[in-house]
Design a binder for this molecule. Structure first.
Ligand code: PLP
Length: 387
C-alpha cells in the first residue's frame, strides 16, 4: 500500500554507518535506519548473536517461561531503575501498553473516563491508541473518531498542565517524550520535568516517558530521563533495543508494576527467545564498549563542528538536541535539504518545523562526523545561498 513517499534509492548492503545502494554507491547513514541501527548496520557481534540464536530457538510463545526474555528484563531493569517489563514488537505497541496500564490505573480508582495528558506536537505512534495520544493534525485528521481520553498540553508549560489537571478530576497519567523527535527535536526543560515528577507524585498520577527514540544510549545516558535526574513510573522503549530486529518494551516501577494481571494484555511475538537474545547482545555491546560515555564525547565533537560550520549562517534558526539526537531548525525547507544531502550521499531526515534531524549510529567516528557536517553545511549553502 502507498503509505510512504519514498526517496529514489534502495540499499543492498550495510556496514557500520554506511549503506551501499544497488549501483555500488556508498551513503553515510545519519538516520540509523530511523533511530534503529544504533550499533551500525550489520554489526558483527549482533549478527553473530542473530546467527547463533536462529539455529537454537526462535519462538515458543508467551504461554511458557522464556528465560532469554526474563534475562533481558533483568538487564533492562538494572539499567533503567524500573522493576517490571512487558515486551512487544514496536514503539506504538509499547505505548499502547502504557496507555492500557494508565486506564487500568484509573479504573481501579473507580474512574469512568480516565484521561491521559500528552504534549502538543508529541508523537507516540500510528496505532489508534498511540495515534490518539499523538498531537499531529496532519496524521490524525483522516482517522476520526480518535480514541477519547487524551488532552494535549504545550511542552515546558507547567502552569497550563496544572490547570488541566485541576479542571479534570479523572486524569490518570502524563505521557511525554523527554525530547520530542518527530515534533522537531524539542528538548523538555529540566525544571519542567522536575515539576511534573513532583506534581505526579503529589496527585497520584503516572508519569510516563516515551523513550522509543531517545532511549538505548542515544542521548548520552541509557535513557534520556537519566540526563534530567527525573524518574518516571513507566517508560517505553523500542527502535534501537534490538538494532533492527522488531521489539518494543514497556517498563514500570512502583504501583504501575502491580496493575497488569494475566489476561489483561498480551502479544504473540513479543519477547520471543530470538529477539530477546538480540536485545541482550545489544545491551552487552553498549556496556562492553562503554557507548554511553562514547556518545557523550562524540556528541560534544558533533555539536562543536555544527556550531563552527553553521551557527553564523543566516538560514540557521537553532541547533539543539542531546547526545547524538540533533535538530537543526532552518528558515529553509527541511525536505529540500534532505534531498540535497541525498544527492551528496548523506542520509538525514526532516521533522516538524523545517528542522532536519541527525540520528547517526552511536559508533560514528570523528572523521565520519566531519564528512557529515561538511556535506550538510554544503547542502544548506547550496539551497539557501551564501550566509
Ligand atoms: N514514539 C516515538 C517517540 C517515536 O519516535 C516513534 C516512531 O518514530 C514511535 C513512538 C512509534 O514507534 P513504531 O514506529 O516502532 O511503532
Amino acid at each position: 500500500m502507498d503509505t510512504y513517499n519514498r526517496l529514489p534509492v534502495s540499499f543492498k548492503k550495510g556496514r557500520g554507518v554506511w549503506l551501499i545502494d544497488y549501483h555500488g554507491n556508498k551513503y553515510l547513514d545519519a538516520t540509523s535506519g530511523y533511530g534503529v541501527c544504533s550499533l551500525g548496520h550489520c554489526n558483527k557481534l549482533i549478527s553473530k548473536a542473530i546467527r547463533k540464536q536462529s539455529k537454537r530457538l526462535i519462538h515458543t510463545s508467551n504461554l511458557f517461561h522464556v528465560p532469554e526474555q526474563e534475562k533481558l528484563a533483568a538487564v533492562l531493569s538494572k539499567k533503567s531503575g524500573m522493576e517490571k517489563v512487558y515486551f512487544c514488537n514496536s514503539g506504538s505497541e509499547a505505548n499502547e501498553a502504557a496507555i492500557k496500564l494508565s486506564r487500568l490505573y484509573g479504573v481501579k480508582k473507580g474512574y469512568k473516563t480516565p484521561l491521559i495528558i500528552t504534549l502538543k506536537s508529541g508523537f507516540h505512534g500510528r496505532t489508534m491508541g498511540s495515534l490518539s495520544a499523538t498531537d499531529q493534525v496532519k496524521i490524525k485528521k483522516d482517522f476520526e473518531p480518535n480514541l477519547p481520553g487524551f488532552e494535549h498540553a504545550p511542552i515546558n508549560d507547567f502552569a497550563y498542565l496544572r490547570s488541566l489537571v485541576e479542571k479534570n478530576k479523572e486524569i490518570v497519567a502524563i505521557m511525554l517524550e523527554p525530547i520530542q523527535g518527530v515534533g522537531g527535536v524539542k528538548v523538555a526543560n529540566q525544571d519542567y520535568l522536575k515539576s511534573l515528577r513532583k506534581f505526579c507524585t503529589e496527585n497520584d498520577l503516572l508519569l510516563i516517558f516515551d523513550e522509543v527514540q531517545t532511549g538505548i544510549a542515544r542521548t548520552g545516558e541509557f535513557f534520556a530521563y537519566q540526563n534530567f535526574g527525573v524518574f518516571p513510573d513507566v517508560v517505553t522503549s523500542a527502535k534501537a533495543l534490538a538494532n533492527g530486529i522488531p521489539i518494543g518494551a514497556c517498563l514500570s516501577r512502583g504501583s504501575a508494576s502491580a496493575l497488569f494481571n494475566p489476561g489483561d494484555h498480551g502479544t504473540t511475538f513479543g519477547g520471543n527467545p530470538f529477539v530477546a537474545t538480540v536485545g541482550l547482545a545489544v545491551l552487552d555491546y553498549i556496556e562492553r564498549f562503554n557507548l554511553v560515555e562514547t556518545v557523550k564525547s562524540t556528541s560534544k565533537y558533533l555539536f562543536n563542528a555544527l556550531n563552527k560550520k553553521l551557527a553564523g549562517n543566516k538560514n540557521i534558526i537553532d541547533i539543539r538536541g542531546m547526545g547524538l539526537m540533533v535538530g537543526i531548525e532552518m528558515s529553509l525547507s527541511a525536505q529540500e535539504i534532505v534531498k540535497a544531502c541525498l544527492h551528496e550521499n548523506l542520509l538525514i531526515t526532516a521533522v516538524a518545523g523545517n528542522t532536519v534531524r541527525l540520528l547517526p549510529p552511536l559508533i560514528i567516528l570523528k572523521r565520519e562526523i566531519d564528512l557529515l557536517v561538511n556535506t550538510l553545511s554544503n547542502a544548506i549553502l547550496k539551497i539557501g545561498g551564501a550566509s
